[in-house]
Design a protein around this ligand. Sequence first.
Ligand code: NAD
Ligand code: MG
Length: 299
Amino acid sequence: MANDNQKTLENPLTRFPQPPYEKQQQPFPGLASKMNPIPDHGETSYVGSGKLKGRKALITGGDSGIGRAAAIAYAREGADVVINYLPHEEEDAQEVIRHIAESGQKGYAIPGDITDENFCIELVESAVKKLGGLDILVNNAAKQKSHESIADISSEDFDLTMKTNIYAPYWITKAALEHLQPGSAIIATSSVQAYDPSANLFDYAQTKAANVAYVKSLSKQLGPKGIRVNGVSPGPIWTPLQVCGGQPADAIPEFGKTAPLERAGQPVELAAVFVLLADTTSSYSHGQIVGVAGGYGHP
Ligand code: NAD
Ligand code: MG
């Protein structure tokens, strides 16, 4: 007799849109709502089971892409969530807040630029106030701008990439530390670029390698305090980052095509890993980098 609860076997190659994708570009920081196809962040598909009931999460870059997928999954698992993003992304952010509310959780939007140290401190303080504490910190926001040659990277561009991807997680983590109790989790978003950098991502790739070192060092510091630190290493994922300067426009149609799974990943395909690393059932997972890269990468 057929089992009604049986799940359909899904082919990972064809589960989501495959290349060629439409050639598209947006000005930085881009909006998920203006991409074609619109990325899948789990809005209609992620089903929670109370894994993070009562938890309080701050997610940078939670308006779109991988951060949005984490925000929706955390809310569906029972956590209240603060998202940070740039003011230009208000429309994307409000959509996330609506999904969090529809999941029966509290969602708070705190726009602001994390390349400013004072704002990073304020962000943590307001998040703690709104949530009534903090026990999950996801350092996920990043700047990625493709340059064919090192000669084309201005000191200003280089500085902005370093400030967003390395300084901000340092400032935010430092401010958050006094609020994190044993059992709390910190998660960083690194990249396959940390291990196998592309020629056109000279500055960005260095910051993603720094994110790995952040996890490896901080986990040694914070393990004895009962705070777990882990990272996620995505491969090519269909997000605004890639269509607002992260890749050359000509590379977008074939984005993800050379991965063994022959397509770009969708943000929702990272949701389970972000939940896993925040969830106390993974209490011995610490100092790890988990790959979600369609067959690329070697963390
Ligand atoms: P995304 O554009 O959806 O998210 C990045 C977010 O960073 C933006 O939404 C924006 O809110 C935030 N941000 C950038 N500069 C900021 C600033 N100065 N102040 C405040 N917020 C700022 O793209 P995404 O791909 O989901 O990126 C999330 C993470 O995933 C990044 O760390 C990125 O390095 C990593 N990653 C992405 C890919 C990919 O292919 N998309 C691959 C590997 C790693
Ligand atoms: Mg965004």
